[in-house]
Write a protein that binds this ligand. Structure first.
Ligand SMILES: [Zn+2]
Length: 266
């Protein structure tokens, strides 16, 4: 059993569902009052004013073209109905939100939802005085919220998946090297880089370095390593963290892995 809190300042939590049988069990919710403010509303009134919504979602990309196709979502309303004669500020929920399978495309591929969010929807009307403290149990479910040390940005297409597999988080957290800007555009195609990855790398036919999107980097040779290319991953904090293609100095200081590579496997 674990606890998660939702409040006016953090009205939403997101989980990653790793399998078709992932689930989240909501056992109960405590209404914690933060202050002893005399004028704050009773917890029962507060509970009735709050709407809790769970949303299963799956973003579909065309793996071959790497483009966004569709998003499937399914919403579940979780009623918070207090017993008005009850004095203890807690509601027993005993609700299990289970992942499920659905079919995609003409050849009916089976997929499962890969994200689950829980959100207090009318959060702007929430009293600052209350925090919803849930007792939950996760099965094959990973939490993303407050995890600014990681990235929840989904990879796009085969190239995105390939690059994601290259990410070395042990080294990334040891080196902790962020790109100096949060917003970047690709020097080759000129598009703003909104995907999971950005590469500061060498262009194929010159010694010139360029900031590149994943696709242009592939066209420019797709190499990583000291003097070749550094892979940056978009973090939940919105910053770009160096996750692969560490320099020789960084490798000497923080690790002994040889992470130069060549482009044979993608
Ligand atoms: Zn580009």
């Amino acid at each position: 059993m674990e606890r998660i809190e939702l409040s006016r300042s953090i009205p939403k939590i997101e989980f990653r569902l790793s399998a078709a049988n992932s689930s989240l069990f909501l056992e109960k919710v405590y209404f914690k009052r933060l202050s002893e403010n005399e004028i704050s509303i009773p917890w029962t009134d507060f509970a009735l004013s709050v709407e809790l919504r769970a949303k299963l979602s799956y973003t579909i990309y065309d793996d071959l073209k790497g483009c966004f196709v569709d998003e499937r979502t399914e919403e579940i309303l979780i009623p918070l109905a207090p017993d008005i004669y009850q004095s203890e500020p807690v509601i027993q929920l005993n609700q299990r939100i289970e992942n499920r399978l659905f079919t995609v495309g003409l050849n009916s591929k089976q997929r499962h939802f890969n994200r689950l969010s829980m959100e207090v929807c009318n959060s702007e009307t929430l009293s600052e005085d209350y925090v919803l403290d849930f007792i939950i149990e996760k099965k094959r479910t990973m939490s993303w919220i407050d995890n600014k040390r990681y990235s929840s940005k989904p990879p796009i297409g085969i190239r995105g998946l390939y690059l994601m597999k290259k990410e070395n988080w042990t080294m990334a957290h040891r080196v902790e090297c962020y790109w100096f800007e949060d917003e970047c555009s690709c020097d080759i195609c000129g598009k703003r880089i909104i995907e999971r990855h950005m590469i500061d790398g060498k262009r194929a036919a010159s010694s010139e370095f360029a900031l590149m999107c994943a696709w242009c980097h592939k066209k420019e040779g797709g190499l990583f390593g000291d003097g070749l290319g550094q892979l940056y991953t978009r973090m939940n904090s919105n910053r770009w963290l160096l996750t692969f293609g560490f320099t020789d100095d960084q490798l000497a200081e923080f690790g002994d892995e040889d992470d130069d590579d060549d482009e044979n496997d993608c």
